[in-house]
Ligand binder design. Sequence first.
Ligand code: GLA
Ligand code: GLA
Length: 686
Amino acid sequence: MKYPPINSKYPHMLHGGDYNPDQWIKNPEILDEDIRLMKLAHCNVMSVGIFAWDALEPEEGKFQFEWLDNILDKLADNNIYAILATPSGARPLWLAQKYPEVLRVQANRVRNLPGERHNHCFTSPIYREKTRLINKMLADRYKDHPALLAWHISNEYSGECHCPLCQDAFRTWLKQKYGNDLDKLNYAWWTAFWGHTYTDWSQIQSPAPNGDTKIHGLNLDWMRFVTHQTLEFYKNEIAPLKEITPNIPVTTNFMGTFEGLNYWEMAPYIDVISWDNYPQWHGNRPDWELASDVSFVHDINRSLKGGKPFMLMESTPSMTNWQPVSKLKRPGMHLLSSIHAIAHGSDTVQYFQWRKGRGGSEKFHGAVVDHCGHENTRVFNDVTEVGKTLEKLDDIVGTTVKPEVAIIYDWENRWAIDDALGPRREKKDYLLTCQSHYRPFWNRGISVDVIDMDADFSNYKLLIAPMLYMVRPGVTERIEKFVKDGGTFITTYWSGIVDENDLCFLGGFPGPLKKVTGIWSEEIDALYDDDVNFIVPEKNSTLELNDEYEAKELCDLIHTETAHVLARYKSDFYAGRPALTVNEYGKGKAYYIAFRNNNDFLDDFYEILVDKLSIKKSLDTQLPLGVTAQLRTDGENKFIFLLNFAPQKNIVDLKQVEFLDILSGEKVSRKIELPGYGLRILKKVL
Ligand code: GLA
Ligand code: GLA
């Protein structure tokens, strides 16, 4: 149950950051000082060259690698590794000037001016060729360099291009998808609505604010195409690297739940998943609640490759400069939020950025080294503490977790929900709903996988699919099999509404999920923000809910077919109608939560299910509010991360069980204290 390290050259936790020596070429003394400081901060890896194309190729075909040779040599001489970037995230100005087709065209069909970053067409043959060439030069030059640990492909792929080349590529992609059959496309997109029938492929255009925005099938296929085209661009980038350096892993930094790309489509082509994490700590809701939401995203990144450790490619050592308010991390939070990633399966803690630049829009973004230039700062000390801590975690490198619980968070489903008009324009909140179903598990220290609807369900005991609005072909069969075989399935209001083309299921909602849930949804009521209804648990039901609970925002008006009622609505014209049901199906059960609720309900509901199903906790104890326990294991040892996201101290009762506290080296049992924003890493031999 242990994965190999990211690169066997260096089987340790990685610690470092985005490093921009290309901005300091004229200051060699700074570069020397950097190396001294990196060692002092216990950093062992730097991401180099992310936006350095113009420093590498200042004129077309004229390359200069000497500065990079020098940096990589220095890093290697000091046992620091490089995650070497391909520079396509920002192109040199000469390239855009000479070949305007490389510039991105916006949805309104206006071509961007040169400048900014992430401003390129993913289709342009010229841009692809130029990218392939510079990547090949980098691979040829550094293939045997001792510093080279991994490839960082481009940076935060995002955005879309609507240029004529992309329009053509979109049509070609559609022809292939619909077998060259325009009728098939017209039906899938329901183009008879408002008389939008296409009679020739050339009439198809990407969605545009000054054109079509309301053909949902078109919108969905466009989003799919954007992922496809970005992936094609990525494949073109990695081709020379895979050929020249087949043993160097490639990654590209993701952005959490970024809606613009379906990361599940990309994951198979990436050796190690990495992501950039910038939570807004110390805001107006408790940090532990935010921590739970961030945990959800860490778990997506671990689940994307079936449990394989990922990389925290970027985080800030102190503050950002782009959030509405860029608050400093309070004492303790830097170590805690860094180890938070490790607890969920990261094998790295990396920062944006190593050193603050003198100019540019990120000169006030947090960095390990501030403008003062020395190490005598709070932030530098915090970073050093993380470095020293990671050095004690060698045994945890490559370990993973096999959760019994999975939550489906599906990108295409999100696209479709967000695009739909109704039943509410605002607060559709798919992501927030999934995160609210996650929180009861976080509070109890229960590991969860966050998967898409095409993932394998067979290893879980409990499968939760909040708002499964879209049900793609094959998914129903797999859910039915999961339940038949003894699994417990939970779904909610606004599920089983449309197919993969956003066409409504006929014959009653929740469409194909009717059989497994044993209910029929006749209507859905959207409540105004201040409206509340309640649900009342059924007496003597199989689920021991004691309280009445709030129902808000969305109330599904359902009929049971084969399901049993567990709770009913309390008021309004649907008082007495079912609000929570369970259907016995094969050896398992399917619950239907018809109403949107708040944490009180979900906490009580999942408490009962965790108990009924004997779902394993990372630690067999009741955790105080604000503390989670997360597990990693190699199959022989359990590593338990106790994280206190509350500003005040908390006590955790380990009971009679003895653990090794990895950081202090002491044996611990019974009651242990976690200071505010404090943590412990405990080891238990199985
Ligand atoms: C208007 C339009 C209809 C329909 C309704 C929806 O009345 O004429 O075509 O869009 O709004 O409320
Ligand atoms: C992103 C980018 C970095 C930097 C940081 C700032 O993650 O990848 O280049 O701009 O944001 O937070």
